[in-house]
Structure formats: structure tokens, C-alpha cells
Design a protein around this ligand. Sequence first.
Ligand SMILES: [Zn+2]
Length: 165
Amino acid sequence: MPVKTTWAVTHACSHDADHDLSSRPADQRAGYARWLAGRDCTNCWRAQREGNSAADRAAWLEKKRAEEQQAASWWAAKFRMPPLDGPERALAWGERSRHQLMTNAYRALVAEGELGESGWQEIEDQARTVDRAGWWIDQREAAPGDLPELLAAATDADRSTENPY
Ligand SMILES: [Zn+2]
């Protein structure tokens, strides 16, 4: 009787699956079937792998966010940007949005634009007065070059204190 080509394997995950081992030499099929039995079935293996890559991606995002947060906090301290005001969950996001918009605006307006350092100082001073986290989150997709206009449009509701300068 020829060695069978289709092997019923009970996998480590407890699922049963038939495996076509016809492409393997007859004398290796039993060993291969045993090896398969020590592993999860294809569906479980795939689900596991996708779960891992989702977890990897979440971990990567968390790490990236932590790095951005660190950079934003460092920047806020260096340029004397005030702590933001708002609901707890909005604070870190607001800080990251502010950091991103301000550094991009500096690049667009000063480094690559016509604005001088003193003009930029005025923008920074204005930015310091706008401390509502939600305001910065709302502007997170704004064009960096629009920052002066955006700041000019900010209202008292976007400031928790009178201009301290
Ligand atoms: Zn399975």
C-alpha cells in the first residue's frame, strides 16, 4: 500500500486539519506530520502573527508618541512656553500639537521665509498667551505659514490668563 499523501493532523492549538503532503518524499511524511502536530494550525498561526504585528505597531506608536512628548516638553521649557490649560487627556496632545506647529512655522516663516528673528519673537510672545490645549489641537493640521493669522484670531477664551508680558 502506498504511503498516504493526506494526513490528518491534530495541531497544538487542538484544531484538526488535513494536510496534503504529496509534495514530500514518502519516507518524510510521518516526520513532517509529527512536526506539524507540534505547531498551531494555519488559522491560529496567522491570527497570532497578525495579533503580534498589531501589538508591535501599537508599541511603536506609543514609543514615538513618548519621544514626541519628550521633545515637546523640552521645547516648551526652553522657549518658556506656559503649561497648557484644558482637560487632562488634552494636555499632552495639545503640547505636542503646539510644538509641531511652532517648529514648522519657524521653519516656514524664518528659516525658509522672510520673517526676521524679531518678527518671530512677536509670534512667540503671542503664542505664549494662547494656552488652551484645545486651541492647539484644533490647529494641528494648519499650514505652518498661517500661524500668525491663526494666533491673531485666537480669542480671550483661548487664554486662561491676561497677557503676562
Ligand atoms: Zn488552530
